[in-house]
Design a protein around this ligand. Structure first.
Ligand code: PLP
Length: 407
C-alpha cells in the first residue's frame, strides 16, 4: 500500500481562477487596475466595511494602518506575544515600542487582564527598565488566533477606557464573526470591529492571492491616507494612471511605500472571495471531524467551539498534555512527520525570540501562559480539498502516537 503523505497545507485553486489569471495576463494589464478595484469593492461588501485598500500583504496593511493612525517614536502599542512577527514589527517600523501581552489559556488570544496589568506595571515603573520612562501607550493590535474572534465588546470597552485606538490583525479571520449572545446579530470581522482591520491572502490563508492583503475601515480619512501611502505617496491623479485615464504628471504628497496589489493577484482574489464561505464550511467540517474523533484522547486538548463565533478555522491547533505523554512536543512533531503528517506550530511567542528578548529584556516569566503553552502546541493540517483518507490518516496517526507514548 502506498504511504499517505498529508501536507500541512495544499492550495485550492479551481479552473476559473486559473483562467482569470490567464485572461489578466492576456489583457496586458499586469499591475493595479480594474480587477484590484473590483476585488476591493467586493471584499468591503463581504465584511461590511465602507472602504477597502488592497495591498501586497497583511504586513503592508498593518504598516499602513499604524502609519495612518499617526504612530510615532516615543509611543507604544499593546501587542499579543502569541502572534506572528508582523504584529510587532510594524510597530517597530514606526520607531514605536510593542508592549507584549500574555494570552488566554483557552483561546490563545490576547488576555485583556494581562494588558491591564502590563499598563499598571508600566505606569508604576515596574515593567522593563529597558523601556523609556515617558512612554505613551496609544493603541492595541489584537489578533484573532486561528480565526476565533476575540470578544469585540471587551476589546472596545478596554480601548475606550484606556484611550487607545484598535487595529485588528485579522490575518486569520476571514470569514469570521462574533455576537454577544445568540439573541443578538452577528458582527463580521471588519464590520466596525476596529479602526482598521487587516486581512492576509498569503498562500495558506483562508482565501489567497499568492501574496496579498487588505486593510478595511469605516473612516474615509484613514482609507485615503492608506491608499496614498500604499503607492509612493502619489496624489490621486497618479492612481488614475492605473485605470488608464490619468495623465503623465503626478505629485508626491508624502514619502510612501510600494505596497499595491497586482491585477494578476486580484484575479485569484475575486474568485476565492466568491467561494470563501463554501471553503470555510469545508474547513469547519474537517474541524468537526477532528473534534469528534479526537474528543476522547486524554493526552491532548482540542480547540474550543463557541456558539457565539463564526470560526474561519484557518488553524486547528491541539495542545499536548505533556504530563500524560512520555515524549515532548518536538518529538511528537517529528513522529507525525515520519508518519506522513505535515504540521506546524503557531507560534514561538515573540518574547522568546532573540530580537525582542535582547532589545526589550522580556523574560519567560513575564508571560507565564504563553511560555508554558508554546511547548505544547501542534497545528494539524486543515484545508479545503483535504481528502477523506487524509483526514482519517491524521486522526489515526494522532491517536496512535498518543496511545503509544501515553504515560
Ligand atoms: C497573525 C498574523 N498576522 C500577520 C501575518 C502576515 O501576513 P502576510 O504574510 O500577508 O503579511 C500572518 C502571517 O502568517 C499572521 O499569521
Amino acid at each position: 500500500m502506498m504511504k499517505i503523505q498529508v501536507p500541512f497545507f495544499r492550495a485550492d485553486l479551481n479552473a476559473q481562477e486559473v483562467e482569470e489569471v490567464v485572461a489578466t495576463l492576456r489583457s496586458g494589464w499586469l499591475t493595479s487596475g480594474p480587477k484590484v478595484r473590483r476585488f476591493e469593492q467586493e471584499f468591503a461588501a463581504a465584511v461590511g466595511a465602507s472602504y477597502a485598500v488592497a495591498v501586497n500583504s497583511c504586513t503592508a496593511a498593518l504598516h499602513l494602518a499604524v502609519e495612518a493612525l499617526g504612530l510615532k517614536p516615543g509611543q507604544a502599542v499593546l501587542v499579543p506575544t502569541m502572534t506572528f512577527a508582523t504584529t510587532a514589527e510594524v510597530v517597530r517600523y514606526m520607531g514605536a515600542i510593542p508592549i507584549l501581552v500574555d494570552c488566554d489559556p483557552l483561546t490563545t488570544n490576547m488576555e485583556l487582564e494581562d494588558a491591564v496589568r502590563k499598563l499598571a506595571q508600566l505606569k508604576s515603573g515596574q515593567l522593563q527598565d529597558t523601556l523609556p520612562e515617558d512612554l505613551k501607550v496609544v493603541g492595541i493590535i489584537p489578533v484573532h488566533v486561528g480565526g476565533m474572534m476575540m470578544n469585540i465588546e471587551a476589546v472596545q470597552s478596554f480601548s475606550t477606557t484606556q484611550g487607545l485606538w484598535v487595529i485588528e490583525d485579522a490575518a486569520h479571520a476571514f470569514p469570521a464573526a462574533w455576537r454577544r449572545t445568540p439573541e443578538e446579530p452577528w458582527q463580521r470581522c471588519g464590520e466596525r470591529t476596529a479602526a482598521v482591520s487587516c486581512f492576509s491572502f498569503y498562500a495558506n490563508k483562508t482565501i489567497t492571492t499568492g501574496e496579498g492583503g487588505m486593510a478595511v475601515t469605516h473612516d474615509a480619512e484613514l482609507a485615503e491616507r492608506m491608499r496614498l501611502m500604499s503607492l509612493h505617496g502619489l496624489s490621486h491623479d497618479a492612481w488614475e494612471r492605473y485605470s488608464g485615464g490619468g495623465s503623465w504628471d503626478y505629485k508626491i504628497i508624502a514619502p510612501g511605500y510600494k505596497y499595491n496589489l497586482t491585477d494578476i493577484a486580484a484575479s485569484l482574489g475575486i474568485h476565492q472571495l466568491a467561494r470563501a464561505e463554501e471553503m470555510r464550511q469545508e474547513r469547519e467540517g474537517i474541524a468537526r471531524r477532528y473534534l469528534e474523533a479526537l474528543g476522547g484522547v486524554e493526552e491532548i486538548e482540542l480547540p474550543l467551539e463557541d456558539v457565539d463565533r463564526i470560526h474561519s478555522w484557518h488553524l486547528f491547533p491541539i495542545k499536548l498534555r505533556l504530563e500524560r505523554l512520555a515524549i515532548n512536543r518536538n518529538v511528537f512533531i517529528e513522529e507525525l512527520k515520519q508518519a506522513g503528517v505535515g504540521c506546524s506550530v503557531h507560534w514561538r511567542p515573540l518574547h522568546l525570540h532573540p530580537y525582542y528578548r535582547e532589545t526589550f529584556g522580556w523574560r519567560p516569566e513575564d508571560f507565564p501562559v504563553a511560555t508554558a503553552m508554546w511547548e505544547r502546541l501542534v497545528s494539524l493540517p486543515i484545508f479545503p480539498g483535504m481528502r477523506d483518507n487524509e483526514i482519517e490518516h491524521v486522526i489515526r496517526t494522532v491517536k496512535g502516537l498518543c496511545a503509544h507514548h501515553a504515560r
